[in-house]
Design a protein around this ligand. Structure first.
Ligand SMILES: Cc1ncc(COP(=O)(O)O)c(C=O)c1O
Length: 388
């Protein structure tokens, strides 16, 4: 047989999988593991969404839909932008996708040529760099720090750009930091991308999960941007695999061709269910859960100093805290392994999120109820006193 393509070895597995494997072994042996490594909500998909899926499976044709999704869902998304953000988005610019993973693939597939460069902050969502590699493009990981809330700046974009930089990826709120692009930074980012001739791709997957502020969309500033979104996080539908893109005017036909060839269409039952996720019936359920995440975040930020972990940029969104481990460990990867075996607390090592200072950070996901978070804090304090 022919050897695997080079890109297979260029794409590294997630380090957190090793953590998960160890956690499973410990649990098999009877240990109580607190999972703060998992990047998905611990809430069940809201009942109105499940009910809509049940109805659809019984009554609606379970055939392929259009490659860009059910018109009812695309219209519901357009209405949602109007009602929540007061932004008018033409339904023709909305493309339903198989989660935001497919949305990111389609976005990069549409604007990146082999050999191009894709700028992104470091730390960032690990798949972004691998998606770029899949298209034989080069991901350029630009180190960010707390000075810009771990977000790329317009100056960094200008300085790091080359003639073959075709795309810039930004996420707000971001994974792993939970930080947002400042309101007054958007116009600069848009202008910087415009000046270097690159497409700005904004991942808004955690958009609804913001605390102490209103949700934001870059679409309020420009239509010359590709927006990635999903029903996975705020709508608590990770396994349903449905998300969407908002593309600039004139792009849909090209994205549709790619989408048809790659995916035929997003899952039909999930698309029917997603319409219900945007309904007024779901809004109070989702808002109550958002408030619960806000409460967990506050508890964690209040209690973390007891552990020696340091959070140096305010996580205003998502459900992650990115913490500096230097005060308590030389190597965050070794710390994650040791903390898990000794105390049964699972975190995600910084290594998964880039090359910049990966061994001095961990990501903590507050996808557990408050009593479990407090128990985890206790265990980290105990681990520290036993190892330190
Ligand atoms: C920033 C970011 N973008 C995209 C995704 C992919 O999510 P999905 O494909 O479930 O929509 C994730 C998942 O964790 C993420 O954190």
């Amino acid at each position: 047989m022919h050897p695997f393509a080079r890109r297979v070895s260029a794409i590294a597995p997630f380090e957190v999988m090793e953590v998960l494997g160890l956690a499973r072994e410990l649990e098999h042996g009877g240990a109580d593991v607190i999972h703060l490594e998992v990047g998905e909500p611990d809430f069940a998909t809201p009942e109105p969404v499940r009910e809509a899926a049940r109805r659809a499976v019984c009554d609606a044709p379970m055939t392929y839909t259009s490659g860009i999704g059910l018109i009812e869902l695309r219209e519901a998304i357009a209405r949602w932008y109007h009602d929540i953000f007061r932004v008018t988005v033409d339904v023709d610019r909305i493309v339903v996708t198989t989660g935001s993973s497919a949305a990111l693939l389609l976005a990069l597939g549409a604007c990146v040529n082999s050999g191009d460069r894709v700028l992104m902050g470091d730390p960032a969502y690990p798949c972004n760099r691998n998606f770029a590699r899949l298209f034989d493009a080069e991901p350029i990981l630009v180190p960010t720090d707390s000075g810009s809330a771990y977000q790329l700046t317009a100056d960094q974009i200008r300085v790091r750009a080359t003639p073959d930089t075709s795309a810039v990826i930004v996420a707000s709120p971001a994974n792993p930091t939970g930080t947002l692009v400042a309101d007054d930074a958007w116009d600069g980012l848009i202008a910087a991308c415009d000046s270097i001739g690159a497409t700005l791709i904004v991942d808004e997957i955690y958009q609804g999960l913001v605390y102490g502020r209103s949700p934001h969309t870059v679409l309020a500033h420009t239509d010359q941007v590709v927006v990635v979104n999903s029903f996975s996080k705020y709508f608590q539908m990770t396994g349903w695999r449905v998300g969407w893109l908002v593309v600039p005017p004139g792009w849909t036909r090209h994205i549709e061709t790619l989408a048809q060839n790659l995916f035929i269409c997003p899952p039909t039952p999930s698309q029917h269910a997603a319409v219900a996720a945007l309904s007024p019936e779901c809004a109070p359920i989702l808002d109550a859960r958002r408030r619960e995440f806000a409460n967990r975040r506050d508890v964690l930020l209040r209690e973390l100093p007891r552990t020696g972990l340091v959070v140096d940029a305010v996580p205003d969104g998502a459900f992650y805290v990115y913490a500096d481990t230097r005060a308590i460990a030389d190597d965050s990867f070794a710390m994650v392994r040791d903390l898990l075996s000794a105390q049964g607390v699972a975190l995600t090592p910084g290594r998964d999120f880039g090359d910049h200072a990966p061994d001095t950070h961990v990501r903590i996901a507050y996808t557990q109820p408050v009593p479990r978070l407090l128990e985890a804090i206790q265990r980290i304090v105990r681990w520290r006193s036993e190892t330190g």
